[in-house]
Unconditional design. Structure first.
Length: 156
C-alpha cells in the first residue's frame, strides 16, 4: 500500500469521525433546546382548579352514600325520600364529569359548570328536606353547597 492511499484512508476516517461527532453535538444541542422549550412551556401552563375538582369529587362521594341510603329507605317503603334519590341520581354524573373537565382544563368547563350549578342546587334543596333526619342527606347537601360555590367562582 502506498503512502497516498494511506493518507486518503486517514482523511476519510477523520472526515467521517468529524461528521459523526458534529452530528452528535447537533443532536445533543437540539435535544437540550427542545427539553428547555418543553420545560418552559410546562412551567407556565395553568394548573387545574384543585378546589373545584375536590368539591366535585366530594359531591360524588357524599352523593353515592346518600343515594345508597335513599335507595335503602325506598326499598323499606319510605317514599318520602324519592325526590332526594332522583336529585342525587341527576347530580352524580354531572359532578363526576365536572371533575373530569376541570382536570383536563376543558374549554367547555365554564359552560358545563353553569348547568352543574342548577343540578347541584336541585340536589341541595332535595337533601335539605331530610338533612336533619339523615346524616347522608346532610353531608350531600353540604357538598353540593361547596360545589356550587366553586362553580360560581369559575363562571363569575
Amino acid at each position: 500500500m502506498d503512502n497516498t492511499n494511506s493518507n486518503k484512508n486517514l482523511d476519510s476516517i477523520s472526515r467521517r469521525s468529524l461528521l459523526i461527532g458534529a452530528s452528535a453535538i447537533t443532536a445533543s444541542l437540539a435535544s437540550g433546546i427542545s427539553m428547555a422549550a418543553t420545560s418552559h412551556a410546562h412551567h407556565h401552563m395553568k394548573k387545574p382548579d384543585g378546589d373545584l375538582i375536590d368539591a366535585a369529587l366530594s359531591c360524588v362521594k357524599k352523593g353515592e352514600a346518600c343515594s345508597a341510603h335513599c335507595l335503602h329507605l325506598v326499598k323499606m317503603g319510605d317514599n318520602t325520600i324519592a325526590d332526594c334519590l332522583m336529585a342525587v341520581t341527576d347530580m352524580l354524573p354531572m359532578c363526576n364529569t365536572l371533575a373530569k373537565l376541570a382536570s383536563s382544563q376543558s374549554t367547555h368547563l365554564a359552560d358545563f359548570a353553569k348547568v352543574c350549578i342548577a343540578v347541584c342546587e336541585d340536589c341541595e334543596k332535595a337533601c335539605e328536606e331530610h338533612a336533619d333526619k339523615h346524616d347522608e342527606c346532610n353531608a350531600c347537601m353540604k357538598s353540593c353547597r361547596a360545589c356550587i360555590k366553586e362553580c360560581k367562582k369559575l363562571v363569575a
